[in-house]
Write a protein that binds this ligand. Structure first.
Ligand code: SF4
Length: 466
């Protein structure tokens, strides 16, 4: 029998992931380990001013201007995450994500305050019900550190805009009465910054709702402050399985021994971990960077889940890349490494359209019986369709799904449930005349009178003067 040597942290012994800790800058060299490893100390010693940051990095004028700007998005950086910054390189990918620059205050034409229209899709404050069977539950506006490109910068970081117990009660009440929801994603802000009692209470109340099957937590705390992932926190979370977690890492520099240990603790507690990255100019927009990031994530048992195109929000203008850059990255990953290491690249459609996956084209052509594909190497081959395949009308082995009316979309068209999908105004627009008005028009023409044709709502469409 083969036995494997595994360390108490869950990492394989002799793993390429180093044990020990990230080297600290001089400023914190004398901080005792028990303080440094305490997440409360990390939170209460965050850096947020020119004076603070100048002790750790050599600030550029652009960064000083960004830090001094009066209306900037909140700045707070944990000492641990600050210790990952290169003090001498302003293009350091960690530094770019968290130190403001003057450019983030510059608007751009497409900028929107709430580009994903989350507020419009919120039946109660903080609960975004955009998709048929799942909801996004914003439970706090606080984070351990603040990303300069944050999609929710309109609410995040604002201590005066916290979600309170009354908001949480309303969110839970809505969910109790919405049986089509089977999956709840806790986000914010960052749910792992909540006081443990509040977090546990929310998780318990969600678990008590019979139709909620899966709970997910979206958090950047393991990345900004891996010290927060303690045995006590992990024991709290594991009571509420099936519980999944999505973390947010953008660059391989963020994968440290501390993060690797935090992920190992979560994974050992049976929590599947995915990673969401945002494609950011200067940070991770090179195929080699993404290859290194994705393969390193798999080594610490984190599945690269999504790669997002930057949203059209304040502060993100200088981080935006072309969509073509994202497609090129996926081209450089798919087939070149295992499928586990390839995230789904998507554009979250402005206006609330939701996530749309974007990928290189692999299907080159098709006829009624044959499809032509290419692979990552450019090898072109055919797949012959079966000629006797009959699509099942329904399956007797799975109970009917809990469909939300009106959200079957294109799948509903394929299933023959409806013939077309029309914009709400389509019928009115195409109701160019009623038989009554046409008859009147024809009658008028015959009598050589002035003619006015109206639509079904009495609105003139055209007038002819005879
Ligand atoms: S951790 Fe998430 S919510 Fe918080 S600032 Fe970063 S992107 Fe925004």
């Amino acid at each position: 029998m083969t036995t494997y040597s595994v360390s108490p942290t869950g990492l394989p012994r002799g793993s390429a992931i180093p044990v020990g800790n990230t080297e600290r800058p001089k400023l914190w060299a004398d901080v005792p380990d028990d303080k440094w490893d305490d997440w409360r100390w990390q939170l209460s010693n965050r850096l947020n001013s020119v004076e603070d940051l100048a002790k750790v990095i050599n600030l550029t004028q652009d960064e000083i201007d960004g830090l001094n700007a009066p209306d900037k998005f909140r700045v707070d950086i944990t000492p641990y995450f600050a210790s990952l910054m290169d003090p001498d390189d302003p293009e350091c990918p960690v530094r770019l994500q968290i130190v403001p620059r003057s450019r983030e205050l510059e608007g751009f034409d497409e900028l929107m305050e709430d580009s994903l229209a989350e507020d419009e899709h919120s039946p109660v404050a903080g609960l975004v019900h955009r998709y048929p069977d799942r909801v996004l539950m914003l439970v706090t506006t606080q984070c351990a550190s603040y990303c300069r490109y944050c999609t929710r910068s309109r609410i995040v970081g604002d201590a005066g805009a916290m979600f309170n117990k009354r908001d949480h009660d309303a969110q839970i009440e809505y969910l109790k009465h919405t049986p089509q929801v089977r999956d709840v994603l806790l986000s914010g802000g960052d749910p792992l910054t909540l006081p443990p009692k509040i977090l546990e209470d929310l998780l318990r109340r969600l678990r008590d709702i019979p139709h909620i099957e899966v709970i997910r937590i979206g958090s950047r705390v393991p990345v900004f402050m891996p010290q927060r992932v303690t045995p006590v926190l992990v024991a709290l979370l594991r009571q509420f399985h099936p519980l999944w977690m999505n973390i947010h890492i953008n660059h391989p520099k963020e994968i440290t021994p501390e993060l690797a240990r935090a992920c190992a603790m979560l994974a050992d507690a049976g929590i599947p971990i995915g990673n969401q990255s945002v494609l950011l100019a200067g940070v991770n927009d090179h195929p080699d960077t993404m290859m290194k990031l994705c393969t390193d994530l798999v080594k610490i048992r984190v599945k690269p889940y999504y790669l997002y195109q930057a949203d059209l929000v304040e502060g993100s203008g200088h981080f935006r890349t072309s969509v073509a850059a994202g497609i090129e990255i996926i081209e450089s990953l798919r087939g070149h490494t295992s499928g586990y290491a390839v995230p789904t690249y998507c554009v979250d459609l402005p206006g609330g359209g939701g996530k749309v996956p974007v990928a290189p084209n692999y299907l080159l052509s098709q006829s009624t019986d044959r499809l032509v594909f290419r692979n990552f190497e450019g090898y072109i081959s055919t797949y012959t369709e079966p000629q006797d395949y009959v699509r099942p009308k329904r399956t007797k082995f799975v109970p009917d799904r809990r469909h939300e009316k009106g959200q079957r979309g294109v799948a509903g068209l394929l299933a023959g449930e409806q013939m077309a999908i029309k914009p709400a105004s389509w019928d009115v627009l195409h109701e160019r005349e009623t038989s009554k008005s046409v008859n009147r028009a024809i009658g008028s023409l015959q009598n050589h009178k002035d003619v006015e044709v109206t639509n079904g709502h009495g609105k003139p469409i055209w007038t002819q003067v005879n």
